[in-house]
Design a protein around this ligand. Structure first.
Ligand SMILES: Cc1cc2nc3c(=O)[nH]c(=O)nc-3n(C[C@H](O)[C@H](O)[C@H](O)COP(=O)(O)O)c2cc1C
Length: 360
């Protein structure tokens, strides 16, 4: 593991790799991380947003588990152009993850059952965090526990570290045994978020599961327990079978469906949650283009995260950022945040009980 240093930026400059218009990596880990994340002024569009008190130079983040610990991507793109970084879920102990095969391609996305493979919190703090601190975009660390007490401990330890802007609570992983999917139950959601709330003053952003009947009940439980924002959605439980062998395509049998196939579900849930709680939302699920990102913002998300698309093209997230800026420019929108919750429902009937149009 290479030590994080300001030389990283110098090395890239010497090697002639493009740096775009971003900020230099920070030389120390002691400065506040978000100061240098001012909106880029090239187009005149103000791309800055604030989510749960975290200022971001633009509303586009990387989704947990699809961008490693960021360093893996540094040769592909200028990480300092991102609105924010969300890293792979960290657990108390290292996890080897599920047996292979763990991924299957689907018509418009993928099915995965990685099983929260990660280095564990000690290695993360010792070996990954120093590098992450050198980057300008705010860092959101995603944690998952097997119990309420795990979440309390993980939150406390991450909250004590320099250079962390916020904590995403992964209470929605569908691919591990023993009930890590706390967010299918409002009481468990409340308990986990409350315990985490007691353990840190950092912004807390629970990540919700779409595998529920009414996502608003879960979001409200998180809000009551003291969450500062909501991330949604995690993957939808799915299954794929190889009809020649009649075996499941992934060893875990079921997996989490992600990618463009789930986008309409995610947009619907963002829209519902935006009406149910006062918290800012980080929306994700199948975002590939700037139009996809705009859809989430219009539905009510304050920021978005790009996930599966990173596997197809590691620079895709930058295309979403610049595309969104161009979209704003082309549509006479001077600040990206003006899009948030701007859904036009004029002349549309909404059922107040279910927060969605009445059935046909
Ligand atoms: C291979 C893979 C691994 C993932 N790992 C995590 C994870 O560790 N923690 C987490 O909160 N979400 C994880 N996710 C879920 C994504 O962060 C995201 O919520 C979901 O995939 C929907 O966005 P997308 O369709 O843009 O990928 C993972 C998704 C994929 C595809």
């Amino acid at each position: 593991m290479k030590e994080p240093r300001a030389e990283d930026g110098g090395r890239r400059a010497e090697s002639g790799e493009p740096r775009g218009e971003s900020h230099e990596p920070r030389a120390t880990s002691h400065e506040p991380r978000t100061e240098s994340c001012e909106p880029r002024a090239a187009s005149g569009v103000d791309m800055a947003v604030e989510v749960a008190g975290i200022r971001m130079q633009n509303p586009v983040l990387t989704a947990s588990g699809t961008f490693g610990y960021a360093q893996e991507f540094e040769t592909h793109l200028d990480l300092n152009r991102l609105g924010g970084l969300v890293v792979k879920t960290i657990t108390r102990l290292p996890r080897p993850g599920n047996p292979a095969p763990r991924i299957a391609e689907t018509p418009a996305g993928m099915l995965n059952a990685i099983g929260l493979q990660n280095v564990g919190i000690d290695v993360f703090i010792r070996e990954k965090l120093p590098y992450l601190r050198t980057l300008a975009p705010p860092l959101i660390v995603n944690v998952a526990g097997e119990s309420v007490e795990d979440f309390r401990e993980l939150t406390k330890r991450i909250g004590d570290q320099e250079g962390v802007a916020g904590i995403e609570l992964n209470i929605s992983c569908p691919n591990v045994a023993c009930g890590l999917d706390f967010s299918t139950d409002p009481r468990l959601t409340y308990q986990v978020v409350k315990a985490a709330r007691e353990a840190t003053r950092l912004p807390l952003i629970p990540k919700l599961s779409p595998n529920v009947t009414d996502i608003r009940v879960i979001a409200k439980a998180a809000e009551e327990a003291g969450a500062d924002g909501i991330s949604l959605i995690n993957t939808l439980v799915g299954m794929a079978i190889d009809v020649r062998t009649r075996r499941p395509k992934i060893a875990n049998i079921t997996g989490g469906l992600s990618g463009p196939a789930i986008r309409p579900v995610a947009v619907r849930m963002v829209w519902q949650v935006a009406q149910a709680v006062k918290l800012p939302i980080i929306g994700m699920g199948g975002i590939v283009s700037e139009e996809d990102a705009a859809e989430f913002l219009i539905a009510g998300a304050t920021a978005v995260a790009v996930g599966t698309a990173n596997f197809i093209d590691p620079t895709n997230v930058l295309k979403v950022i610049s595309g969104l800026e161009q979209y704003c420019l082309a549509n006479g929108i001077s600040a990206a945040r003006q899009l948030v919750g701007s859904l036009n429902l004029a002349d549309q009937r909404i059922c107040p009980l279910i927060g969605s149009p009445p059935l046909p």
